[in-house]
Ligand binder design. Structure first.
Ligand code: 9WN
Length: 419
């Protein structure tokens, strides 16, 4: 039975493979996405080791000169997705978006590096990628943490990867909709509109894109110019875990100065995360940097820090919180606390469970010895696939599959869960 699931996952990766990159799923997302690719490479590695490395190399071959790695690479024309290159207008030789996504690449690369059968090839390829990933991390701290707090802000909800989270509602309401021209969405042609963000949210997404475009995509200006500036503990946990993994690889490759800089960032960031801890919810919260206040909203963004080397006391509390959440949903991990009024088990990041987040949470829990709750997250994830197939995301109350089908990173995570 499990080998059937593994074989199905292999088929999905093959189906979505465009040779040097994968698409998340045909139709709904016909280009390369940043964190999808990084996590999918871990699955590709089971099938073809060199191909897995290529996935990450392709992503970094579209890195901007300032160090940013864009969230979408528009390798081929396709009018099945909105907003396409004509909206972003970033002026890149191969068109890209102008914002970024959770920097999980160093973590993924570390996995490939550790598991490599061809150690020599892995060392050569890692040595070439390391400075590029380091430049991306440098870019984050220079452009998204101008006051050197140790934590970076996102300036567009799409950067978080959790596009319509309840976390953003208040901060996002400060983004205007006035002046945004008419546009035709494509996402709702491919999938149920009840599973997607609202039209008003799309207007605000596009308002921000137009604002950044009017500033020539100059990253030295965008943080201050954005009315939306949020410090997401989940996003930062991914960055800090990646900094730690980058440091380990740098040590292995004799790059001691890089290892030291990266480890210093981990220490500073983890210390700064303490200000995000909520005793009320027993988890971390987002911080609205534009108004200087924590966001009273218990989402998965505040549980994901267990992926990073947080203090033991915090990890223990998060493990306990996941256990109580497990009594309130059928399948862990809901992307939002189900007791919150705005929770919606089918609408994208406002409640559904996502296997990629489950994977990162289970990884951190297992590393820190919370084996029982880690095992529950893994078995719930596999069960979701068994009943609903390799969907984009799932209703945590009843397991209903939602969003797009045949999803690349879902397949990659299943391979990891089954291994
Ligand atoms: C915008 C590709 C991406 C994921 C994101 C997910 C969704 C895009 C969209 O799909 O976002 O980037 O158009 O809805 O929220 O996490 O990377 O799978």
């Amino acid at each position: 039975m499990n080998s059937d699931l593994f074989d199905q996952a292999v088929d999905i990766l093959a189906r979505n493979d465009k040779g040097t990159y994968t698409v998340p799923t045909h139709g709904l997302y016909p280009f390369q996405w940043n964190w999808d690719s990084a996590l999918s490479a871990i699955g590709l590695n089971y099938i073809n080791e060199p191909r897995a490395w290529t996935e990450i190399e392709t992503l970094f071959s579209h890195q901007w000169e300032d160090g940013m790695v864009p969230h979408i690479i528009f390798h081929q024309e396709d009018d099945g997705y909105f907003p396409g290159p004509e909206v972003w207008q970033t002026g890149r030789p191969v068109p890209t978006s102008g914002i970024t996504q959770p920097p999980v690449a160093a973590f993924a690369l570390r996995r490939l590096f550790n598991r490599a059968k061809d150690k020599e090839a892995a060392r050569t390829r890692a040595a070439a990628l390391l400075p590029k990933i380091a430049a991306w991390h440098d870019w984050f701290f220079a452009n998204r943490d101008p006051e050197q707090t140790g934590l970076v802000a996102i300036i567009h909800p799409w950067e978080s990867g959790r596009d319509n989270s309840i976390d953003w509602d208040d901060a996002f309401s400060r983004v205007p909709t006035e002046g945004v021209g008419a546009f035709t969405r494509r996402d709702t042609l491919h999938t149920d509109p009840a599973h997607r963000p609202t039209q008003e949210q799309y207007q605000r997404y596009i308002w921000l894109v137009e604002r950044f475009r009017s500033l020539g995509w100059d990253n030295s200006k965008l943080h201050e110019a954005s009315p939306f500036r949020v410090v997401d503990p989940g996003f930062n946990a991914i960055l800090l875990r990646s900094c730690a993994d980058l440091a380990d690889m740098a040590d292995d490759l004799g790059e001691t100065a890089l290892a030291e800089t990266s480890r210093a960032r981990v220490a500073k960031g983890i210390a700064a995360l303490e200000a995000h801890w909520s005793d009320k919810y027993k988890q971390y919260l987002c911080y609205d940097r534009a108004i200087g206040a924590l966001i009273d909203s218990p989402s998965i963004g505040g549980l994901l820090p267990v992926f990073a080397p947080i203090p033991e006391e915090r990890a223990t509390a998060i493990a306990a919180r996941l256990e109580t959440l497990g009594n309130r949903v059928k399948y862990l991990v809901p992307s939002h606390d189900p007791d919150v009024e705005d929770f919606d088990g089918r609408r994208y990041w406002r409640g559904p469970a996502w296997l990629i987040v489950n994977y990162m949470i289970a990884d951190g829990l297992a590393r820190d010895g919370y084996d029982q709750v880690a095992a529950r997250v893994v078995s719930d994830s596999v069960e979701l696939i068994r009943i609903g197939g390799f969907a984009e995301y799932f209703d945590p109350m009843n397991g209903a599959p939602c969003g797009g089908p045949h999803f690349t990173w879902t397949a990659a995570m299943v391979m990891e869960f089954l291994k």
